[in-house]
Design a protein around this ligand. Structure first.
Ligand code: ATP
Ligand code: MG
Ligand code: MG
Length: 432
């Protein structure tokens, strides 16, 4: 049993802990996965406190020590209000959150006690709940782009009826689009989990079996030659007027089984002119939304060199991980912090390397299937290629994103790809 004095000392130390982020601006974050974790890694040296609402010990919570984290679901209105009460600003690392409660917080605030008095607290929410609500429904998201008054090309789409009418609705889609076409869940989808490629009428029954309980829509097949993505920083005045949309370089994203596996910067065999067009289009798209933050614009590059928008993510994104090392003065995570807090952001985002490749580490068949790959990353030192390993401390499950590796070089992206071959081979092997 400790002596009395000793106990007091220990208690004092705990009190010190309670004040560890005293005076720092607090961003309350809904969701604490790897994106939140990397946001925390950017926030720590900047003296910004991040209060995370997610499960106990979620990956992001491990990366930032504060007494303001909230344990619970980012879909739970009560917990979201609790987070709001202890935050100066609110933001998200995932778009699938309860936007009704965010709207309520913006309009009515949350009660907080200051010096024994109850006052109404209204933390600004960025990006806006309007943007989150729109983007949650991929069908409505694209209807919005269509009617925005800007020229934003999207694939033709039709809403699919639910229940017994689904079959007729699918037949209509088949007639209108031909085959294959893509059947998609309107909401809640990620890593392609809500997508079903419909090759012919024979697939209708299986498609309905796979997705039939969800609100659905159908999209015309996009015969793309490549997929590109552009991250955009969106800033606004405090009265909600758009200040600026600044684009990062365009990147090439490779999806296998609908999961992003690799990202190349710059895109391989794509002209600078097309990359510029992609960046311009991405800023147009993001200018139609509301609120501050970083946004990902996923697009298809078609055979005739034209671009088509696939979807937008209202947050840091897998296709922007490379910016941590390639645009170190303003990574997508630092940009999210600066945008949300209305701190200055640069009007040009120029990489400090010539090329970079991001490889996702996906869980393999066994919990240690990726160990060769992380081992290679730890042991590779090369004058012409820098290697950066990021593990998220998530349990490994097949196809789950558990980490990534960024490779950077002062050579062409093709040369970097040749250098990176042992890494790429291992990434491909894990998936077999
Ligand atoms: P994310 O994890 O990016 O949120 P998601 O579940 O929302 O994925 P989508 O982005 O809609 O899914 O689609 C995943 C992938 O499926 C795309 O990156 C693309 O490779 C392919 N895909 C989607 N729509 C089409 C289409 N209309 N035509 C052809 N391929 C498509
Ligand atoms: Mg999506
Ligand atoms: Mg997508």
């Amino acid at each position: 049993k400790p002596e009395e004095g000793q106990q007091e000392e220990e208690e004092e130390e705990e009190d010190d802990d309670d004040d560890m982020n005293e005076g720092n601006t607090v961003i309350g974050l809904l969701g604490g996965g790897q994106l939140g974790r990397m946001l925390c890694e950017a926030a720590n040296p900047l003296g910004i406190d991040i209060a995370i609402l997610d499960e106990h010990n979620a990956p992001a919570k491990q990366a930032h020590n504060t007494n303001r984290h909230v344990v619970g679901s980012f879909k739970d209105p009560g917990r979201i209000k609790e987070l709001a009460a202890r935050s100066d600003y609110l933001s998200v690392e995932i778009e699938h959150v309860d936007t009704e409660v965010l709207e309520d917080i913006e309009k009515n605030g949350v009660p907080v006690e200051i010096n024994g008095e109850i006052v109404t607290h209204r933390p600004p929410i960025h990006p806006s709940w309007r943007t989150l609500r729109l983007i949650q429904d991929k069908y409505l998201q694209k209807e919005h782009f269509k009617s925005s008054g800007k020229t934003i090309p999207i694939a033709e789409q039709i809403a699919i009826e639910s229940g017994d009418a689904a079959l007729d609705s699918l037949k209509k889609a088949g007639k209108q689009f031909g085959f294959p076409f893509m059947l998609k869940a309107r909401k809640g989808s990620y890593d392609g989990r809500g997508n079903f490629k419909v090759d012919s009428e024979d697939d209708f029954a299986e498609a309905i079996k796979a997705l039939g309980t969800l609100p659905l829509y159908a999209e015309k097949w996009a015969p793309f030659v490549k997929e590109l993505a552009v991250m955009v920083i969106r800033t606004e005045d405090s009265d909600g007027k758009l200040k600026n949309c600044v684009a990062y370089p365009a990147v090439e994203t490779i999806h296998e089984d609908s999961i992003c596996t690799k990202v190349f910067m710059p895109p391989r065999d794509v002209s600078e002119d097309i990359c510029e067009k992609a960046r311009k289009l991405a800023t147009e798209v993001i200018s139609t939304l509301w609120g501050r933050g970083v946004f990902a614009v996923e697009m298809f590059l078609l055979e005739d060199a034209s671009l088509m928008i696939n979807e937008v993510a209202p947050r840091p994104h897998n296709s922007g991980h490379y910016t941590i090392e390639a645009v170190p003065y303003m990574s997508q995570y630092k940009a999210q912090l600066h945008a949300v807090l209305d701190l200055p952001v640069p009007d040009k985002l120029i990489p400090r390397v010539q090329s970079s490749i991001m490889l996702n580490i996906l869980g393999g068949a066994k919990p240690d299937s990726h160990h060769h790959l992380s081992g290679l990353a730890r042991s590779t030192y090369d004058d012409d290629m820098d290697v950066y390993l990021h593990l998220y401390n998530k349990e490994s499950k097949p196809s789950r994103k558990i980490g990534h590796i960024t490779l950077t070089g002062f050579c062409s992206v093709q040369e970097l790809e040749a250098k990176a071959k042992p890494f790429i081979d291992l990434v491909d092997q894990i998936r077999l």
